[in-house]
Design a protein around this ligand. Structure first.
Ligand SMILES: [Zn+2]
Length: 149
């Protein structure tokens, strides 16, 4: 089964990067309550909080740059084969579902509708994704890391 993570505190950016590359990554800012949450959902805690260091199923990060943090986590848990960009909602961490062009008509800008034929939607927030400039910007963020695969 694919590994699942939960980032906390200062690692909001890392959590977003993990989602961009398709890895299940929740986020919590609730201090020590994260231990219960992680156990309940069977997630590995990724943190820079020294109070959590050394606890079971906690991965302590000493890197400060989000891109380096992403690479460290992917390396440590050997996630290279699980990287699937454009498969997960950046906002809610839900898996995206494919939707037809007809289904997004009127919900995306007309230019987008005209020029893109493939779309994906988040079942939770109904945000629509396509491989336009936003996608390119997202990929640019993780390019340094993905480039080394
Ligand atoms: Zn969403």
């Amino acid at each position: 089964m694919a590994k699942k993570f939960i980032c906390n505190g200062m690692l909001g950016k890392l959590s977003r990067l993990l989602r961009i590359v398709g890895i299940d990554s929740a986020y919590s800012n609730e201090g020590m309550a994260i231990l219960l949450l992680a156990r309940k959902e069977d997630r590995i805690i990724v943190t820079r909080n020294t109070r959590l260091r050394g606890k079971k199923d906690v991965f302590f990060l000493d890197k400060t740059k989000p891109e380096q943090q992403l690479q460290t986590v992917v390396d440590a848990y050997n996630l290279w084969s699980e990287i699937k960009p454009f498969t997960r909602c950046i906002v809610c961490n839900e898996k995206l579902i494919s939707v037809t062009r007809e289904a997004v008509k009127g919900k995306v800008p007309y230019f987008t509708y005209k020029h893109f034929s493939k779309y994906a939607m988040c079942p939770q927030c109904e945000r629509i994704y396509w491989k336009g400039s936003h996608y390119k910007n997202m990929m640019h963020e993780v390019q340094a890391v993905l480039g080394e695969t």
